[in-house]
Design a protein. Structure first.
Lengths: 101, 123, 794
């Protein structure tokens, strides 16, 4: 069940239209918008393909200029991916952690 | 391991959605500007920079070469630790040290509008 | 996936998006402590290192919620370091001790008891010990973190009341050699200049100090100075490349313990190339081979002639070359103001006093002293080692106001000030720290009070001395705010109020005394130490049937402990005991200290003078009021320190001397230890703050890549570090830090596998009695690959 954070750029004059359009989509939560036409929204979809379809739907809206993904969490799906990546990182060296944050 | 997988999926997803995201600021760095993937208690004992050195090398380098990097002001001072993490800090986080700047700088601006994050040079 | 977790992810997703466009979402306010959230701000000092940064604690609904720097403070100008920003967060930790804990036998479990009962037991055990085994069977072991009022009152009751000079403290482990150096070179303890020289210096000589991690706010000032003035040179001399080296123009790397040769070789170059200040030497300097053995400058020249840069480079090894030594000496002598800075790399040494002397020598030779930007400045590690312990009489051989126990006249001055009979303070100094804990081991000490420090972790070769503290016949009281390895070995644990939960003065590195007022209540049941000592002394007086003990606390009877009591103690100390002494604090009253954003630098004989900030440079006429009152002639500098009867600075002939233990075929590596930026001392505070704990949850061993290759050690591997005294198992960091043939371990970790003081050596400087934590011999071997470790906090 992926969760994504997005910025939608709407035509500023059409902001209200875009917001109304987005509000009607069940997978979408609007978290804020500004006068410049920026809309912050979160999409909570049952799977990635579904999310892709929602994004496409938003992008097809005439009042929307762009849809930008800034954050995606797919950890549920990650659990189902067979293991295989290397396990590194917990105690690797490098400059004194004194040196690092 | 899980962390790595999540990150790689995230990158793939960003690439896959490029078509629908003409405005994609910092597409390459998309993941580190977002919230933090979940970590196990053991992973929480890794200093932020230990992972970010490789996961977000540009930001790490900017920070490491900055006055904050030399003066050892580390990630957690501005961004908190896992439970109170904030991708974008509060102005008051800066105010802990930079009280004088708070009086001098324009009050209606956020610190990082002029002082580029991580390198902290004035534009 | 739990609902709350999903909500969290959604919020995170939204925040991420909002962050791109600078939009404020309501839940971006995730930090608990927002500036705007505080109802009131309370000025005080930082609790941690010796820099003396001034902070304001934000309080809301009676709880600490935020912290910020004080921009008008001449110590930090508003800046704070990582641990300084976070220290207050430990105040509300659930581990805080809240009720006295007692057990008759160390085999028993602790049980909670009342304060009344706890003080009764404490008084009875100390009284019994004195009656049965004599006055010197009891001892106090205090701390450079205790407030001056606390150290002063403890030592008053022990010396005047219990008639023993067994009053020691952990500053013996950190700056006793600096005290010895200042006394023998300049005739008076504590630096001549201070931090104000940083902004005027043109050359920094940083030796045996990782300033970037141990004193980050001072490091910032040095960094700023260099950024603002391209001509500023920074020389970093250290066996280990550290964070501090990042701003250095020249890094001198050498084998541990060889720096006396380096310093003598710099003197050699200064003389060879005629870079010394002849006029300064003629006017103000005596050459010394021993305290009573004066020699000529010609003899000094002859002495250092032997330390050619070539010879020193061969002794020092590492990256040292004769040219680097010459360059260093030229920069040092030729700059318009040279500031030397050092800390434990110089002090925690078998010949720590000599190493201090040899740094002072360079300043004396070149006249890089007393002028703007020129000073020989020892940085202290604890917030009140200088103020409380060095000045307040917190060591076995000194009384308040830099007075020596051994001098009858000075003892009598103190007895008169306290209104107790002459002869009450015994003439014999007590046990110094290492002798004290040896005496504990031998069963000579029957009752020991440890305040605000954890010797079970911080003593060198700690296993050996732990045995004594665990003895059934040693009754140990421990007053502290959190459980520590030492409270675990005590019979009686007394819960103390923390910084900002009580009132008192801290005196930092640069002779600066600063007041912290109570801002929040301590947890119910925790009490300020001044109250604890007063109430204990009253019971002690009854049990010993000794009115002189009552007399010691009589002036403080009935005063409320949050302000009136510490103020009365400060008044007695500053007005009666610093009058006529070099650390004259009569002007630094609570009234003045409350007005000043950053306290007062002594000497400050009057309130009017103290309100100017006090004395920035000692010994300079026109800048130091005592230089005027003590003036013997018309010269601009007056060295009135009590330790030199000739009123001169002393230039010392001190040979290169080996550490007590040097690597051999069985133990082929040097081991050195130090502090990390995120943690402080034994981690009892910083280990309880998630931000700091996670930044460095456990100690590790730093191994030079060439040594690692030889030993087959890869980053993260578990490594055994073993000396003749004990061993540790630590994860390895492989990096170009320690010089080849040396490993380095941070000392904050409490876990028995990683408690490096089980490995360090307990040899000590014969003059200062400060142990040689910084150097011993060890062997190093790979045990296994990386292992997940858990942080360990008692």
């Amino acid at each position: 069940m992926p969760i994504g954070g997005f910025i939608v750029n709407a035509v500023p004059e059409d902001l209200e239209v875009a917001v109304a359009f987005l509000t009607a989509i069940p997978e979408v939560e609007i978290h804020g918008h500004d006068k410049g036409g920026n809309i912050v929204l979160v999409i909570d979809a049952p799977d990635s393909e579904h999310m892709q379809r929602v994004v496409k739907k938003i992008n097809d809206c005439a009042s929307v200029l762009t849809v930008g993904l800034t954050y995606l969490n797919v950890e549920d799906e990650a659990d189902t991916i067979p293991a295989g990546a290397d396990v590194t990182g917990i105690f690797h060296g490098g400059p004194a952690s004194g040196s690092a944050g | 391991m899980k962390r790595k997988i999540i990150i790689s999926i995230l990158l793939a997803a960003v690439a896959g959605m490029a078509s629908c995201s003409a405005r994609q600021p910092h597409a390459q760095e998309g993941m580190n500007s977002g919230g933090h993937p979940e970590l196990t208690d053991q992973q929480k004992l890794i200093a932020c920079s230990e992972c970010h050195k490789s996961e977000t090398p540009d930001i790490y380098d900017e920070w490491y070469q900055s006055l904050h990097g030399i003066g050892m002001v580390k990630c957690y001072q501005c961004h908190g630790t896992f439970e109170n993490m904030a991708v974008v800090p509060q102005k008051s986080d800066c105010a802990v040290c930079h009280t004088a700047a708070m009086e001098k700088c324009p009050a209606d601006k956020l610190c990082w509008e002029c002082h580029t994050p991580h390198t902290f040079k004035v534009h | 996936m739990a609902q709350s977790r999903r909500e969290f992810l959604k919020r995170t997703a939204a925040l991420s998006a909002a962050s791109y466009i600078g939009m404020n979402l309501p839940y971006r306010k995730q930090n608990a402590a927002l500036a705007a959230d505080a109802d009131s701000w309370h000025r005080g000092s930082c609790r941690l290192c010796g820099t003396g940064c001034r902070v304001e604690l934000g309080v809301k609904n009676g709880k600490a919620v935020a912290l910020r720097g004080v921009k008008d403070a001449r110590t930090n100008f508003g800046y704070l370091c990582m641990k300084g920003m976070h220290f207050w967060k430990c105040m509300g930790h659930p581990d805080r001790l809240r009720t006295p804990l007692y057990r008759e036998s160390k085999k028993d479990k602790f049980r909670e008891i009342s304060w009344e009962k706890a003080l009764d037991i404490a008084a009875e055990k100390f009284a019994d010990s004195v009656k049965k085994y004599g006055n010197d069977s009891v001892a106090y072991y205090g701390s450079g973190q205790a407030l001056t009022e606390e150290t002063y009152l403890f030592q008053k009751v022990f010396r005047g009341g219990l008639q023993t000079n067994n009053v020691e403290g952990n500053p013996r482990l950190c700056m006793a050699s600096a005290v010895g150096g200042y006394l023998t070179s300049f005739g008076a303890d504590e630096p001549i200049g201070g931090y104000a020289d940083i902004e005027k210096a043109h050359c920094f000589f940083i030796i045996g100090s990782n300033t970037a991690e141990a004193h980050p706010v001072l490091f910032r000032r040095i960094m700023r100075r260099k950024l603002d003035n391209k001509d500023v040179k920074i020389i970093n001399a250290d066996p280990r490349i550290s964070q501090t080296s990042r701003i250095a123009d020249l890094h001198l790397q050498f084998d541990p313990g060889t720096d006396l040769a380096l310093l003598n070789a710099m003197a050699n170059v200064i003389i060879e190339e005629k870079l010394y200040d002849e006029k300064f030497l003629e006017s103000y300097v005596t050459c010394k081979k021993g305290k009573k053995e004066t020699v000529s400058f010609e003899e000094f020249k002859k002495f250092v002639a032997d330390y050619t840069p070539e010879k020193a480079a061969a002794i020092c090894r590492g990256n040292m070359t004769p040219d680097k030594i010459r360059q260093t000496a030229r920069w040092f002598a030729g700059s318009k103001g040279t500031l030397s800075l050092w800390t434990m790399g110089i002090n925690q040494r078998k010949r720590g006093v000599w190493a201090n002397n040899l740094i002072h020598n360079l300043h004396i030779l070149t006249g890089q002293l007393l002028t703007p930007g020129a000073d020989s400045l020892s940085l202290t590690g604890q917030p009140n080692a200088c103020g409380g312990v060095r000045e307040g009489g917190g060591l076995c051989h000194i009384l308040p106001g830099h007075r020596l126990v051994a001098k009858e006249k000075l003892r009598n001055q103190v007895e008169d000030a306290w209104g107790i009979p002459h002869g009450r303070i015994p003439p014999k100094p007590g046990y110094h720290t290492m002798a004290l804990f040896s005496a504990v081991n031998e069963g000579k000490i029957k009752a020991l009070w440890v305040n605000c420090t954890s010797p079970m972790q911080s003593l060198p070769n700690v296993d050996l001395y732990s045995k004594g503290m665990r003895r059934e016949d040693v009754f140990m009281i421990c007053s502290d705010i959190f459980p520590t390895l030492t409270t675990e070995a005590a019979n009686l644990v007394l819960p103390a109020a923390f910084h900002f939960e009580k009132t008192g003065v801290y005196g930092c590195t640069e002779r600066r005394s600063q007041l912290t007022l109570k801002a929040v209540n301590a947890p119910d049941g925790a009490m300020p130490e001044v109250w604890i000592v007063r109430e204990w002394a009253k019971k002690l007086a009854e049990k010993m049937d000794d009115p002189v003990i009552s007399k010691c606390v009589e002036p403080f009877e009935g005063l409320e402990p949050d302000f009136a009591l510490p103020k009365a103690i400060w008044d007695e100390y500053s007005q009666k005991l610093t009058s006529g002494r070099d650390n004259d604090l009569r002007g630094a009253t609570y009234t003045v200290l409350q007005k000043m954003p950053d306290g007062v630098q002594w000497p400050a004989p009057t309130e009017a003078y103290a309100l100017t900030g006090g004395t920035v440079k000692k010994f300079v006429r026109g800048m130091d009021p005592l230089a005027d009152t003590h003036a013997k002639d018309d010269k601009p500098y007056q060295f009135y320190g009590h330790a030199h009867d000739d009123g001169k600075l002393w230039l010392w002939l001190r040979e290169q001397a080996d550490p007590e233990e040097i690597p051999d075929k069985d133990y082929p590596f040097y081991l050195s230890t130090g502090r990390i930026v995120d943690h402080w001392h034994t981690m009892s505070m910083t280990g309880r703050i998630p931000e700091l704990l996670r930044a460095n949850p456990y100690a590790f061993v730093e191994v030079n890549p060439r040594d690692a290759a030889k030993l087959g050690i890869k980053p993260g591997d578990m490594v055994e570090v073993e000396s003749r005294r004990g061993k540790n198992f630590l994860p390895a960091k492989v990096y170009e830090g320690p010089t080849e043939g040396m490993v380095f371990v941070y000392w904050h970790d409490q876990h028995p596998d990683r408690l490096i003081n089980m490995v360090t050596k307990d040899g000590y400087d014969p003059g200062s009695k400060e142990p040689e934590f910084k150097i011993c011999a060890c062997r190093v071997k790979r045990i296994s690959g990386p292992k997940p470790l858990k942080p360990y906090i008692v």
